[in-house]
Design a protein around this ligand. Sequence first.
Ligand SMILES: Cc1ncc(COP(=O)(O)O)c(C=O)c1O
Length: 449
Amino acid sequence: MKEEIPNIINEPPAKNSLELRKKDEKYGFATLFLSGKQLPIAIKRGKGAVLEDLDGNKFIDFTSGIAVSNVGHCNPYVIDAAKKQMDNLIHISQHIAHYETHTMLKEKLAEITPGDLKRSFLCNSGGEAIEALIKVSKFYSERDAFLGFMGAFHGQSVAAMSLSASSSEWKFGFQPLLPCVYHVPYPYCYRCPFGEEYPGCSLQCMEFLHKFLDTVIHPYEIATIITEPIQGEKGAIVPPPEFLPELRKICDENDIIFALDEVQTGFGRTGKMFACEHFGVAPDLMALAKGIAGGFPLGALVGKEEILNQEMGHGSTFGGNPVSCAAALAAIDFILKEKLPERAEKLGKFAFNILNEVKEDTEIVGDLRGKGLLIGLEIVSDRDKKTPSGKLAEKIREVAMKNGVLMVGQFGKNNIRVIPPLVIPEELLEKGLNILCDAIKKVDSEVRK
Ligand SMILES: Cc1ncc(COP(=O)(O)O)c(C=O)c1O
């Protein structure tokens, strides 16, 4: 008989998960669980869009391990490629010699990325791809300044954190960070920093950017303008269609490198292979990671010939590990063969219809947004005043978990992300969304009591 999923047999968090958590609390870096971001359960195995904890509970995964497992957990095609590679070579280092999977992956990235991105540097994570991006930008342009956007998240290293501006809590205690980094408002239309409403706003945020370049920092001093095409960590904030083309234009007119961080949005997540394709623009540099290798650690900085064809000090012992590269080649092949971007687009529309209903039926979903299967819900305690409520968001996440659905939250903030593996069967997605909707309704009715 086919097992029902989700299957909750011991109310989570249950005994075995809690015991492991206790050990983690003793031996681990406390910030992970103190931040409240980490769910209090311990995962034993994953298959497709299903995760099982140490207590035998089976959950529908709406996290993909933070937008990583686009091809599903333990995808057999990826496992097979990784195992074959492990029988031959696990490590040599790109600094020592060439190896096939490394070269083949760089060739593949040149083929699948938009525009004229012809060369890659391979590393281990998104943050490392951003580090490389920062160094390459400075070295190539011989300029020092970076311009990024409020709400952006680019990683946890000191330099990547410097470009980020999603939450000052991430930065608290670490100032001064990298100098000459400027942030301007992102087109966060639900909470427009200028109090306007799109499309009647005549894009005040772009006006502001132009004024900023007129008065605060000369464009000729800016090495790179960097943005996520859709802000991920901040809850899937999609900019208006004019935003990226306008940035591209500013960069072209002032010889500024236009960089996109597609770490979270890449590899089919938003309904296109890369999110910038929704907006008809291609960058000069692109940072990739997360969904690139089906769950194996890998990052990549992909760039134009002239920018990455230079000798400078940079590298990584483990970067572009042979097994991760083999897994990435298999994952990319799978994404293309199974048309996962198209699938994400179709399932995203299906999910939006269901979530839109709960938004209408309740008072606590302030905003519902995203593209493909990168979906964000902003939870508020007062819809008219748009009062953010991290507490209600956490409560929804907790109720959904207890009923068998796992979701991503953000550092105690009020957004919830729905980011399932792109291979999730439609019935499972529907079941998971219904559980999420019930959780929202339950929390909503408690608020109104
Ligand atoms: C857009 C974006 N850039 C960079 C990073 C950092 O990636 P990593 O955690 O692999 O260093 C993240 C991680 O969430 C991200 O969402």
